[in-house]
Design a protein around this ligand. Structure first.
Ligand SMILES: [Zn+2]
Length: 679
């Protein structure tokens, strides 16, 4: 608690210094002071995933984006807008909170935006806006914390898919727009199309056959046009903001996608706004997309501070901490002022991004970057890996979905060391890391192993890769290489709780319960909600014949994720053998509700209801047991008991039937049954 508090104090003190020290009043603003609109406008925010600044708009090369261009002609376009992080969830978290990641705590995908910070949707809803969001990627699913404040948060692609097209998302947003005509609205629509793989729909696939990434942008732009037109027709004054969440490397500086480096391809993004008080124009002042938050509040009449309607010069910051938080490589921070951008990543780099947008001439080689940039980089708070935000609770399917989108996170805490490699020097591993992670979470261990070996060879301190290598060998029954990799992991990260966890899972896999159990218990004491550990310990307790403890652990698992039907049945059986009747009933009822007529455990349910003296439910459950059931004799015996307790007129016949069809198990029970005495 104390650690977190001091981090926040530092962040806010830092932000304060930034505002006071680095502002330059009087630079050319986009418009004269905007007059407040008498009626609050409806506000549309469109975020464009993976969209480079040079891939959209009037200055884009090799692509036509008429919808964006039309907005740019009547609005303000920012030629130097920057994402806060080149990854989807942290970048959007900044737009929703107005904060850099050090303030909102989300440095990577797969984390959780905590409930404490005010988000823009909450503020607008509080001011009478109807709020709705339509997002196109699992990376922004409700579980990651951005849904707060939205009356509608539509994050559902078709079952089993992790993303949906702009066409699908637009259709859903427009349906909602038509169905809810009244009052000012805040609508956020997120398009994901330009994210890899690049597979634009026709006619864009043909038109951009040689540049499918740009084809995706063009297809998305068409949907942007449809969305904006309908939104502006829907009544009342309107404001529109369009912002990229990050770009795409496309091979520049060795990065094909995004998330690992801080160069212009991924950090420089499109940004424009139209609306009341916004005169058409172009702004050269560097701005951060985090001010989307302030600008929306300004449009809604909730305060004009830091609004992009009157942009102020400031040092614009950005970070790419994924390689640091996942592999322990150098943390990366950038700062932009005017036309100079400085990057601190193991060493300092600086570029004139206006004259040299490809960042080919490092000015820091010959002279120090300006002091405000150096100060901002020096003071930027680097997150401690252990405290870098709350991981969202991810089940296996969620991990697979995130991995299918190219996100590697969720592994072991890294080994931090001063001589760690610079991400810019490790570009040859970016794709390997991504492919290895995807194969690993899909449990394709045989194909993951050579990639993990390659990572280990080039980055021997990559704890996550070494542990995954050990686990892959362990899962395939390769005892010797597994043991060797575990030894290596313990050597590079002595005392790491992650090493203990993976080793414990390895022992559990090898059915070495006495060695696995204490390690798992230790790990659970450190992080009580760690799903794989809870599951492994529950399984160990089952195998050790301790059903009560197993049932307790499974209950903790299912508080974090839903059980499958088979798992609900299994918990019912465990609870039954631990004589935990209420839990057993609840579990079997859950399975029955899911399975309907296919449910095959009415006998257990009947016995449990009888034990709980829920007699009519016992009768009904036992009546559902088919004569073909292997323990039908038991069903007849229990049914006769229920009959007597219910004082049914046919109880004598039921006892007779139970006696007639008794087997070796029920015969002695019937003879001893006092309810049947003398009948
Ligand atoms: Zn994104």
């Amino acid at each position: 608690m104390r650690g977190r508090l001091s981090l926040f104090v530092r962040v806010f003190a830092f932000a304060g210094a930034l505002l006071c020290g680095c502002r330059r009043g009087g630079e050319v603003p986009a418009s004269s002071s905007p007059a407040p609109a008498s009626v609050p406008p409806s506000i549309l925010l469109v975020t464009l995933d993976t969209t480079r600044a040079d891939a959209i708009g009037p200055e884009a090369r090799g692509v036509e984006t008429p919808a964006f261009d039309a907005l740019a002609r009547r609005g303000v376009r920012f030629r130097q807008a920057y994402a806060t992080v080149p990854e989807t969830l942290p970048s959007h978290s900044s737009m929703m909170t107005g904060l850099y990641p050090a303030g909102h705590g989300v440095h990577e995908n797969g984390r959780f935006l905590g409930p404490a910070l005010p988000v823009v949707a909450e503020r607008l809803r509080g001011a009478g806006y109807r709020t709705a969001a339509f997002v196109s990627s699992f990376a922004l699913a409700r579980r990651f914390g951005l849904a707060r404040g939205f009356d509608v948060y539509d994050d559902e692609p078709e079952a089993g898919r992790a993303e949906r097209s702009a066409r699908e998302t637009t259709a859903r947003a427009l349906a909602d727009l038509r169905a809810n005509a009244k009052g000012p609205r805040f609508l956020w629509v997120h398009y994901y199309d330009p994210h890899a793989p690049y597979a634009p729909p026709e006619p864009f696939a043909t038109r951009y056959a040689k540049a499918p990434y740009l084809g995706e942008v063009a297809a998305m732009d068409e949907q942007l046009g449809i969305l904006v037109a309908e939104f502006e027709r829907s009544g009342g004054p309107t404001a529109v903001l369009v912002a990229g969440d990050h770009g795409e490397g496309l091979g520049e500086h060795g990065e094909s996608r995004h998330g690992d480096l801080l160069y212009q391809g991924t950090m420089h993004v499109p940004l424009l706004l139209t609306g009341p008080g916004v005169a058409a124009g172009v702004v050269e002042t560097p701005v951060s997309t985090r001010h989307v938050f302030h600008t929306i509040l300004d449009f809604a009449g909730l305060g004009a501070a830091d609004s992009l309607r009157a942009p102020q010069a400031e040092v614009v910051l950005g970070e790419a901490m994924k390689p640091f938080l996942e592999y322990g490589w150098q943390p990366q921070v950038m700062a932009v002022e005017g036309r100079i951008k400085a990057i601190q990543a193991g060493r300092m780099e600086a570029y004139d991004v206006v004259a040299d947008p490809g960042e080919t001439r490092d000015l820091a080689v010959s002279s120090e970057p300006p002091r405000p940039l150096r100060t901002a980089l020096r003071d930027y708070p680097v997150p401690a890996p252990a405290a870098a935000g709350t991981p969202a609770t991810l089940d296996e399917e969620a991990r697979r979905k995130l991995a299918s989108l190219g996100y590697v996170g969720g592994g072991a805490a890294p080994v931090i060391r001063k001589d760690a490699p610079r991400p810019a020097d490790m570009t040859g591993l970016f794709d390997v890391l991504e492919r290895a992670s995807d194969l690993f979470v899909r449990e394709d261990y045989a194909r993951a192993i050579p990639l993990l070996e390659q990572i280990r060879a080039q980055d021997p301190y990559n704890l996550d890769a070494v542990l995954r290598l050990a686990t892959a060998h362990s899962a395939l029954g390769h005892e010797a290489p597994a043991a060797q990799a575990f030894a290596k992991a313990a050597e590079i990260a002595p005392g790491s709780p992650d090493v203990r966890v993976y080793l414990a899972l390895h022992y559990a896999r090898g059915k070495e319960w006495p060695r696995a159990a204490p390690l798992l218990e230790e790990a659970l004491a450190e992080s009580p909600q760690r799903l794989p550990v809870l599951e492994a310990l529950a399984r160990v307790r089952e195998r050790q014949g301790r059903p009560g403890e197993a049932a307790d652990l499974w209950q903790r698992v299912y508080a974090l994720r839903s059980p499958t039907t088979a798992e609900a049945v299994r918990l019912g059986e465990l609870a039954m053998s631990a004589e935990r009747t209420p839990l057993a009933i609840e579990s079997f009822e859950r399975a029955r509700a899911a399975q309907g007529p296919a449910f095959a455990h009415d006998l257990e349910l009947g016995v449990l209801y009888l034990d709980a003296r829920r007699l009519t439910e016992a009768r009904d459950a036992l009546d559902r047991v088919p004569a073909s059931h292997p323990a039908y004799a038991m069903a007849l015996f229990k049914r006769a008991q229920a009959s007597v307790l219910l004082n049914e007129p046919d109880q004598a016949e039921r006892i007779a039937a139970a006696r007639r069809q008794a087997d070796a198990v029920t015969r002695p029970l019937i003879e001893r049954e006092r309810l049947f005495a003398g009948r």
